[in-house]
Design a protein around this ligand. Structure first.
Ligand SMILES: Nc1nc2c(ncn2[C@@H]2O[C@H](COP(=O)(O)OP(=O)(O)O)[C@@H](O)[C@H]2O)c(=O)[nH]1
Ligand SMILES: [Mg+2]
Ligand SMILES: [Zn+2]
Length: 356
């Protein structure tokens, strides 16, 4: 943890942090004990099922339940499995080698294949943890209401770029775009289309207009992300009727009680493709990154990096700055550059918030 994260500390926050550190130590101790017990349980389980397993085969993790996972083979067989304690943390979307049980009981995951992509987010103790593997597409949802913020959209796009996951923008609630809003919405769409991001416009309330979404989902593992209220749950329900997610019910969605343990799941869409979904993934955002990493999340800035007159250019006010020149000439969007500055200015702060 960088000391600079605390440069704005008041005595109050210092006290709070000390307490938090002690609490964190306690929690980590409890976690370690839990892990130890789980490992013992695993070893016992392994002895129980070892004689009773089928041949090794391929599979994909479709759900995670603490000490067990749901594994599905390409032919659709789906079983609960435990996993060798030596395996790295399994997540939904992981491709694995597993042995199904010959009769009743648990199968075993014996190996994990290298991940194509991995989505990570910080756990409550500030450590980055994988939450989904092999996601092939991020659908970044926005809407006329809540009023779209390109800074927020940029955050999702940066997260997608840094995870090497192609992103598509989904403008939902098209039915709410009136004449007055249209120019603003079209400018926003154009800004991202010019960068090469596909943008689709539709309405979760109009099933007839969802064909472009079904097409985009086909044959891929996708996730929906985006600000609360833009209609992610509505879209998931529209493409996956069995999901039956709460829509627009803030008390049920944000009440920190019963819903916090919901883990990610992989769903097969009736119209083709897979969806990995959980509330945590839907609100997935930027983790603690450096300004240099942030820069590489902006594809147009990434291309310009290294072309400034000064090697240590801060891209804020230097003569011969490739970023400023490109914005002046209209080669890149000034709005995106402003967003970059704005997000860069929050990076320290964000790290501090996250680690407390
Ligand atoms: N007018 C309109 N409202 C929508 C549309 N999609 C979702 N909503 C509404 O927007 C609100 C938030 O939707 P929800 O799916 O819960 O958003 P989430 O927070 O992103 O999951 C709900 O009241 C929905 O009924 C749409 O296409 N058009
Ligand atoms: Mg929702
Ligand atoms: Zn520069």
């Amino acid at each position: 943890m960088a000391a600079t994260q605390y440069r704005n500390d008041t005595p109050d926050t210092v006290a709070k942090r000390k307490l938090n550190r002690r609490q964190r130590w306690r929690i980590e101790k409890i976690q370690a004990e839990k892990r130890e017990r789980a490992q013992k349980r695993n070893e016992q389980l392994e002895e129980l099922v070892a004689d009773d397993l089928g041949d090794e085969q391929m599979g994909i993790i479709t759900a995670h339940f603490g000490q067990q996972v749901q594994v599905e083979s390409p032919d659709g067989e789906s079983r609960r499995c435990h996993f060798r304690a030596t395996l790295e943390q399994l997540v939904v979307g992981d491709r694995v080698i597993w042995q199904p049980p010959k009769s009743e009981g648990l199968g075993v995951v014996v190996a994990i294949e290298p991940r194509e992509t991995v989505l990570k987010r910080p756990d409550p103790y500030g450590n980055l943890k994988p939450v989904a593997a092999n996601v092939e597409q991020m659908l970044v949802v926005f809407a006329p209401l809540p009023t779209p913020s390109s800074t927020l959209l940029d955050r999702y796009l940066v997260a997608a770029e840094l995870s090497d996951i192609p992103a598509t923008l989904v403008l939902n609630k098209a039915d709410l775009i009136d004449e007055e809003l249209r120019p603003f919405i079209d400018d926003l769409k154009a800004m991202y289309q010019q960068l090469g991001y596909p943008v689709m416009e539709l309405s979760a309330h109009d099933p007839q207009g969802l064909a472009p979404l079904h097409d985009a989902l086909k044959g891929k593992i996708s996730v929906f992300v985006g600000q609360s209220g833009v209609g992610k749950s509505s879209l998931v329900n529209a493409v996956l009727p069995e999901a039956e997610l709460d829509v627009g019910d803030l008390s049920a969605n944000s009440g920190l009680g019963q819903h916090t343990t919901v883990t990610a799941r992989l769903f097969h869409l009736p119209t083709g493709g897979e969806l990995i979904d959980s509330p945590g993934i839907r609100e997935f955002g930027l983790w603690h990154i450096s300004e240099d990493e942030l820069l590489h999340g902006y594809r147009e800035l990434s291309e310009l990096a290294g072309h400034c007159k000064f090697r240590n250019c801060s891209h804020r006010n230097e003569p011969g700055c490739a970023f400023l020149d490109a914005a002046d000439s209209g080669a890149i969007s000034e709005e995106r550059l402003e967003n970059f500055y704005q997000i860069a200015d929050t990076l320290d702060e964000e790290g501090r918030e996250r680690y407390q």
